[in-house]
Ligand binder design. Structure first.
Ligand code: MG
Length: 309
């Protein structure tokens, strides 16, 4: 019997690195992507088309993607905050564009200078531009949106399931096929994950949902488990658990890919990853960043690979 597949979107080269102090060159970042692909990653956030003045760690997005020409079965994602970023991404080999949005006005205004309503307008303009460009070669990488602060906002505080569902419904109505719900500051708990996933699904029954957790307060893997139990089959993770939280100095980053792979594979799911190669990559990037990876698996190693019966 084949095992159910959970797709992990590797976000280390973007969400991970952009929250690390050490700035790596585009060459090293492209090498990082290739190593992750060799370990089994098939969908990777490879670059962010944000102004380098704001995020110097992501400078040279075009150079990263120039080193990663299209390859069948591999998707390199470029993150954008606005139409200008979208146009930059379009000029590269990015296979997919992810539009960053926020569930709250406070974070949206701080992070990209746009209220929630203005973000929806921005996304609508991108979608309309894609419709006009239909048929032009290379004009339409696939499009997804990520909603940050779904489980809490550093400026606006608590975020309700209704608030999230309303926005998910508006994004889905624009025709965006995949929507990621992100716990940007790692404030969520497994029970609220269940609630918000159910609310989002009711608001957008046809959209694919993806979940993005940070392990800021040690609830990351429990939240991932709740998401899978709620029927979500796409999860973000960053190798080595690299990264952090801009609003919690000293905090750890995204849930670690190798820890998530271990949990899922032991639970009987297929992820397509080679756990040993992943742990090796976590150690490699730890050396590049000058600090050991914080993931449990890079310290403890794996224990068996078969499902725990
Ligand atoms: Mg994040």
């Amino acid at each position: 019997m084949s095992r159910p597949f959970i797709q992990i979107v590797e976000v280390g080269p973007r969400d991970g690195l952009q929250n690390e102090k050490t700035v790596l060159s585009p060459e090293v970042r492209a090498d990082f992507v290739r190593r992750l692909e060799a370990a089994g990653a098939r969908r990777i956030e490879a670059a962010s088309f944000v102004h380098p003045k704001y995020v110097p760690q992501m400078a040279g997005a075009e150079e990263v993607l120039a080193a990663l020409p299209h390859e069948a079965g591999r998707s390199r994602i470029g993150l954008v905050l606005n139409g200008r970023g979208y146009d930059r991404a379009l000029a590269t080999s990015a296979d997919e564009v992810n539009v960053a949005m926020s569930a709250t006005d406070g974070f949206g205004l701080k992070n990209q200078g746009l209220s929630v309503d203005q973000q929806v307008e921005m996304l609508a303009a991108i979608v309309a531009g894609r419709a006009n460009a239909e048929g032009e070669p290379g004009a339409a990488p696939s499009l997804s949106a990520t909603l940050s602060c779904v489980w809490g906002c550093p400026f606006d505080g608590e975020v309700s399931a209704d608030q999230v569902a309303g926005l998910v419904g508006r994004i889905a109505a624009l025709g965006v096929a995949e929507i990621a719900l992100a716990d940007t500051i790692g404030a969520g708990d497994p029970w609220s994950v269940t609630k918000k996933v159910e609310a989002a699904r009711r608001a957008a029954p046809d959209a694919a949902l993806r979940l993005h957790f940070h392990d800021t307060r040690n609830t990351g893997l429990a939240n991932a488990h709740a998401g899978v139990e709620a029927g979500v089959t796409i999860l973000d993770a960053s190798v080595g658990g690299i990264g952090g939280c801009p609003f919690a100095p000293g905090a750890t980053g995204n849930i670690a890919t190798e820890d998530l792979v271990y949990m899922l594979e032991r639970g009987g799911f297929d992820t397509g990853y080679d756990l040993d190669a992943l742990i090796e990559t976590a150690r490699w990037i730890g050396e590049k960043l000058g600090k050991p990876a914080s993931s449990a698996l890079s310290c403890a190693g794996a224990f068996g690979t078969r499902a725990n019966s």
